[in-house]
Design a protein around this ligand. Structure first.
Ligand SMILES: *[C@@H]1O[C@H](CO)[C@@H](O)[C@H](O)[C@H]1NC(C)=O
Ligand SMILES: *[C@@H]1O[C@H](CO)[C@@H](O)[C@H](O)[C@H]1NC(C)=O
Ligand SMILES: *[C@@H]1O[C@H](CO)[C@@H](O)[C@H](O)[C@H]1NC(C)=O
Ligand SMILES: *[C@@H]1O[C@H](CO)[C@@H](O)[C@H](O)[C@H]1NC(C)=O
Ligand SMILES: *[C@@H]1O[C@H](CO)[C@@H](O)[C@H](O)[C@H]1NC(C)=O
Ligand SMILES: *[C@@H]1O[C@H](CO)[C@@H](O)[C@H](O)[C@H]1NC(C)=O
Ligand SMILES: *[C@@H]1O[C@H](CO)[C@@H](O)[C@H](O)[C@H]1NC(C)=O
Ligand SMILES: *[C@@H]1O[C@H](CO)[C@@H](O)[C@H](O)[C@H]1NC(C)=O
Ligand SMILES: *[C@@H]1O[C@H](CO)[C@@H](O)[C@H](O)[C@H]1NC(C)=O
Ligand SMILES: *[C@@H]1O[C@H](CO)[C@@H](O)[C@H](O)[C@H]1NC(C)=O
Length: 834
């Protein structure tokens, strides 16, 4: 064995020599040195120290029986394997000795660092782990840890461990219910687990977790595994049962009413309001204990609902919010309350015994349909106690009041005050009731007079005038429908000419004129007036003759003007109707029967006449719609004997058009052509018609039928009111031509007008206006021309030109049109052709 070792060693040395360690920096002078050697590498040289003079090398220190140096050669070597886990660093001192054993060099520090190799598998701390998880625990929140160790160098991947779940028994869902943090070994529910874990379904799970070194890289990694047994427990986070809190509690608050527990420790408990309340009378402490902070009042709010939540330190919700229900239970803490401070009941005197006279209403705020709010009624007292002390009865459970035996009698007592005791289980309240005895309508109105004789009024008395005051009295209770009096005319006034108003305070009646009186219709009104009450009389009592009175109204006559049968008379007539045609008959009568005569006013055109006795209106002359389409006059009717008594109404005559006006040429501008003619000239001529047309007249233009005209001129239609006149050739002299133009209005009947149109052929100025030399005018000028000449001469004085431009205008027959015209320019001058 030793020999073998020795041989081996020599071989090693030999190998080192051959490898020429010097070249590879595996040889060198003795000095401080560091070496790094992988563990488990076996026998091998490390380094050869070289000395120039022959010396002996010696190594001391942590050789640990493995590291040494060959004294003669200085070869530092390993005689076996290093182990990192046993010793990671070996520190040696190397020195050189002479043959006497004295140190000649050194000692130097030689440090050998052992390099770790992954030669240790990771190992779990426990073969089996057990843990507990709560249902509905948060996903990712660890409930236990597994841990493994690895002996290899923790600074290398050899000791970097990753955890994973290898098996999951049972595994009922596609996703595992648990997850492990690969670095920390923390085990937590997965999302699925947080949702589905349920001890009712599966309360134990076995996980096989593995741990791998080499940071989970598969190459050369070692793996170990361990079992993890997980028990699933019910969630602690459960909504507590509905909490019942008795209202108006006398305990010292806050009072613990419930408690909730989070599945996690170190959470912050809070309450969340569900509805916005003015004040929220609940709180929670950090153990999850819920308190009511003050006494509650069921009558104010009988139930509460809110949420308990848990948050972690960063404010995230830990558990789903839990809904807490609180019901406030009733105690009898409210007394009965009278609905009205005073209940007033009215009872008629003649109500029979036993009849219901009213109900006393009372309420209790305590819970409905419980004994706490059950009310009982009882009459405590009755004032006055006449004619008996127990005139009334109240139904114990309803508050309905009844008359006990007798009818009431207002003369004995008009009012009763009752105190009714209303009780619930613990409280009692007095409610006041007043019974008013009401009079019944057993008295009739009696007139102070059975006859008011007579009054004489003029027929013109204004409507509304009071002509009589009457008075009846009623002994029933004042200011009630039993004593208030309505006066009516029962006979003698079929046309309602009279009206009677009552003063409600005094029952006095005022007879007034309701409509105008008329002597001619009725000279006297014999009135029978009755007086009644709005309330019906009780049976057995009737109105009699004392409720009636008589009154005569004499009407005196007044002279009134005649009255027309109509407010206005109208007639339609064609404008061409002959003179003396009857248009209408007006009629008026005099109320006093005097004879009436008629006349007209405002007949400015003297178109009409009226027969003063018959009222017939005739035409007096020819009418003209073109003058006035609607002709209005006044018709007067006056009494023959007294012309001052007169009435006036309008008569309106609508005139209908007939075609009675021939068309006319409109000659705003004179028609002229410039000499010499070149051919193609035309002049626009216009015609109008004053008769009525829906849109415009449809006039046709034609020329006179003589040879001259036909040879010289032609006319062509432009539209219904315009035509073009054009010369047929250009051989015209410089003079005035008379062109006969026939215009027809095509009306019914058609009317035609033959107009001799003056057409001038003249020298034209550059402005295309006619230029007439004065000396070329006729030797005997007319008056108009004389004026023209005079004006012309005056103008020549100002202008050095040998002629005058006449802007020729045609004097219209129509005066209105000519008034609108104005002389545009000082050089313009009117030529009066006629
Ligand atoms: C050896 O390593 C140590 C620690 O790293 C260092 O302080 C020392 O200087 C090194 N010696 C040599 C000779 O490199
Ligand atoms: C190597 O170690 C063995 C024992 O393990 C020993 O017998 C031998 O002498 C050693 N050789 C040297 C050269 O140190
Ligand atoms: C609060 O009350 C609940 C029941 O209402 C009870 O379970 C709990 O122990 C009480 N907590 C405290 C601190 O009194
Ligand atoms: C509480 O009860 C007392 C009598 O028991 C009563 O006087 C009081 O009004 C009650 N409070 C409320 C808020 O109902
Ligand atoms: C009865 O009631 C009427 C009306 O409220 C009142 O005017 C009268 O004074 C009362 N009489 C008595 C006796 O209470
Ligand atoms: C009208 O009444 C008066 C008394 O007011 C009386 O003298 C006269 O005779 C009466 N006339 C008629 C027509 O009844
Ligand atoms: C009173 O006169 C009115 C009007 O004519 C009539 O309707 C009514 O019935 C009369 N009343 C009595 C009680 O005669
Ligand atoms: C009408 O009736 C009353 C009583 O209601 C009586 O006093 C009066 O005499 C009667 N009048 C007539 C005319 O009968
Ligand atoms: C006159 O004629 C119009 C319609 O044009 C017609 O409404 C009116 O009644 C007529 N009037 C008379 C008095 O014929
Ligand atoms: C007819 O013709 C004249 C001249 O061209 C024009 O001024 C006028 O507006 C026309 N009238 C109608 C109704 O077209």
């Amino acid at each position: 064995m030793f020999k073998l070792r020795g041989l081996q060693f020599l071989l090693v040395i030999q190998w080192a020599m051959c490898q020429n360690l010097g070249d590879l920096n595996l040889a060198g002078p003795l000095k401080d040195m560091n070496f790094s050697i992988p563990e488990g590498a076996g026998v091998r040289p490390i380094y050869q120290f070289i000395s120039e003079s022959p010396v002996i090398f010696r190594a001391t220190g942590e050789k640990d029986g493995i590291i040494d140096i060959v004294p003669k050669t200085g070869m530092l070597y390993l005689n076996g394997s290093l182990d990192w886990e046993t010793k990671a660093v070996h520190r040696l001192q190397v020195e050189c000795l002479d043959e006497n054993g004295d140190v000649v060099k050194g000692p130097y520090t030689v440090t050998i660092y052992v390099e770790d190799i992954n030669d240790n598998p990771p190992k779990f701390d426990q073969p089996t782990y057990t843990g507990v998880v709560r249902q509905n625990s948060r996903a990712g929140k660890p409930f236990m840890y597994v841990h493994a160790t690895d002996l290899d160098d923790p600074t290398t991947p050899h000791a970097q461990l990753t955890y994973s779940i290898l098996h999951h028994f049972p595994n009922p869902y596609p996703e595992m219910l648990f997850q492990i943090d690969s670095v920390t070994g923390a085990i937590s529910p997965s999302r699925t687990g947080s949702y589905y874990l349920d001890p009712q379904k599966q309360d134990t799970f076995t996980l096989v977790v593995t741990v791998k070194d080499m940071a989970g890289m598969t190459t050369n990694a070692f793996t170990s595994s361990a079992d993890v047994i997980i028990n699933v427990k019910e969630s602690l986070w459960k909504a507590p049962a509905t909490v019942y809190i008795q209202e108006n509690s006398t305990k010292t608050h806050p009072v613990n009413i419930s408690q909730v527990h989070s599945n996690e420790a170190d959470v912050i408990y809070e309450l969340l309001e569900k509805e916005k309340l003015a004040r929220f009378p609940f709180s929670i402490d950090q153990n999850g204990v819920i308190y009511v902070t003050e006494p509650l009042d069921r009558e104010e709010k009988d139930a509460y609902s809110f949420f308990a939540v848990t948050k972690d330190t960063v404010g995230e919700l830990v558990d789903k919010p839990l809904q807490i229900h609180v019901i406030v239970t009733d105690i009898n803490d409210n007394p009965p309350v009278c609905e009205n401070a005073l209940t007033i009941i009215e009872v008629q005197e003649n109500e029979g015994g036993g009849s219901t006279i009213g109900t006393l209403h009372a309420t209790d705020m305590d819970e409905k349909d419980t004994l706490n709010s059950r009310l009982k009624f009882n009459i405590e007292s009755q004032v006055p106690a006449v004619p008996a002390s127990n005139m009334f009865f109240v139904q114990q459970d309803t508050g309905i009041l009844q008359l006990r035996g007798h009818s009431l009698n207002k003369r004995i007592a008009a009012n009763y005050s009752l105190k009714v005791m209303v009780t619930d289980a613990d409280f009692q309240t007095i409610c006041e009731v007043q019974v008013h005895v009401i009079d019944i309508n057993d008295q009739i109105p009696i007139f102070e007079k059975s006859d008011y004789h007579n009054v004489t009024v003029a027929e013109s008395i204004p409507v509304g005038t009071v002509i009589l005051e009457i008075q009846a009295t009623d002994m029933d209770e004042p200011a009630t429908g039993s004593s208030y009096i309505i006066y009516q005319v029962e006979e003698g006034d079929p046309d309602n000419k009279f009206i009677i108003e009552t003063d409600p305070g005094t029952n006095r009646g005022f007879v007034k004129i309701n409509k105008a009186l008329d002597f001619e219709t009725a000279e006297v009104h014999n009135l029978v007036i009755n007086a009644t009450n709005p309330e019906p009389l009780v049976s057995g009592v009737q109105y009699n003759a004392s409720s009636r009175t008589l009154f005569k109204v004499f009407v005196t006559n007044e002279d009134e003007p005649p009255v027309f049968q109509k407010q206005v008379y109208t007639a339609n007539a064609s404008e061409d109707i002959p003179v003396n045609t009857l248009l209408v008959k007006v009629e008026a009568y005099d109320p006093e029967g005097n004879t009436v005569r008629y006349s007209l006013e405002g007949d400015v055109k003297k178109w009409l006449k009226i027969d003063s006795t018959t009222g017939n209106i005739y035409t007096a002359s020819t009418l003209d719609r073109e003058y006035k389409e609607v002709y209005k006059v006044d018709v007067v009717a006056s009494e023959t004997n007294n012309a001052a008594q007169r009435s006036k109404i309008p008569f309106v005559l609508h005139l209908k058009d007939v075609n009675d006006n021939p068309p006319q040429l409109v000659t705003d501008y004179p028609t002229f052509f410039c000499h010499p003619l070149h051919g193609g000239e035309k002049a626009l001529i216009q015609a109008t018609d004053v008769d009525e047309y829906l849109y415009s007249p449809r006039i046709t233009f034609s020329l006179g039928d003589d040879a001259d005209t036909r040879n010289n001129w032609e006319i062509s239609k432009v539209n219904y009111t315009y035509a073009h006149l054009s010369p047929k050739h250009s051989n015209f002299e410089e003079k005035v031509y008379i062109v006969p133009v026939i215009i027809n209005d095509n009306g019914k009947p058609p009317l035609e007008n033959k107009v001799n149109l003056e057409v001038k052929v003249c020298q034209c100025s550059s402005e295309k206006s006619c230029f007439i030399k004065l000396e070329h005018e006729n030797s005997k000028p007319s008056v108009g021309q004389a004026v023209g000449i005079l004006l012309g001469v005056l103008l020549i004085i100002g202008a050095v030109i040998g002629g005058v431009f006449f802007h020729m205008k045609y004097k219209q027959k129509n005066e209105k049109k000519s008034q609108q015209k104005d002389v545009k320019d000082q050089t313009e001058c009117e030529v009066l052709n006629k």
